[in-house]
Design a protein around this ligand. Structure first.
Ligand SMILES: [Zn+2]
Ligand SMILES: [Zn+2]
Length: 139
């Protein structure tokens, strides 16, 4: 069944559309790494991995920032340059295939739930594992 969802930044300047042929194409995850804490300003990053072909911007243009994440992996992040909301990210390895959109920018963030967690070695003490989610100490 086709899953059609929309999302956007805090100020509304940037909007996007996601159209999946099935909800199986989306994979929710949490990343506890230090870079995600810095980049997103929270205790962890909450992402939904989707095929790049399912994603399109419907309004505005996101600002693009690419940087080595500290372990030799180039990570590109796109965000609204008016309000700073993070829209998505992708490592070099999925540049041509997938996008990790930020769960919180979806108009309905209840649509997808985390199925795995990575960099759990950097999980903050007060954060509990998501029940049923696969746990990986690193990637
Ligand atoms: Zn904005
Ligand atoms: Zn991370």
């Amino acid at each position: 069944m086709v899953v059609s969802v929309d999302g956007g930044c805090f100020c509304g300047s940037v909007r996007y559309h996601v159209e999946l042929t099935s909800s199986d194409e989306a994979h929710g995850s949490l990343c506890h790494c230090r870079n995600c804490k810095k980049a997103y300003g929270g205790g962890f990053m909450t992402a939904v991995k989707i095929p790049i072909s399912c994603f399109s911007y419907s309004k505005g243009n996101a600002k693009v920032h690419a940087m080595d994440n500290g372990s030799g992996v180039l990570v590109t992040r796109e965000f609204c340059d008016m309000c700073g909301s993070s829209i998505l990210e992708y490592p070099e390895s999925t540049k041509e295939t997938h996008r990790f959109i930020t769960l919180g920018t979806l108009d309905d963030p209840t649509k997808f739930e985390p199925v795995y967690e990575i960099f759990t070695k950097d999980r903050l003490n007060w954060v509990s594992p998501v029940p049923g989610a696969r746990q990986r100490a690193k990637l």
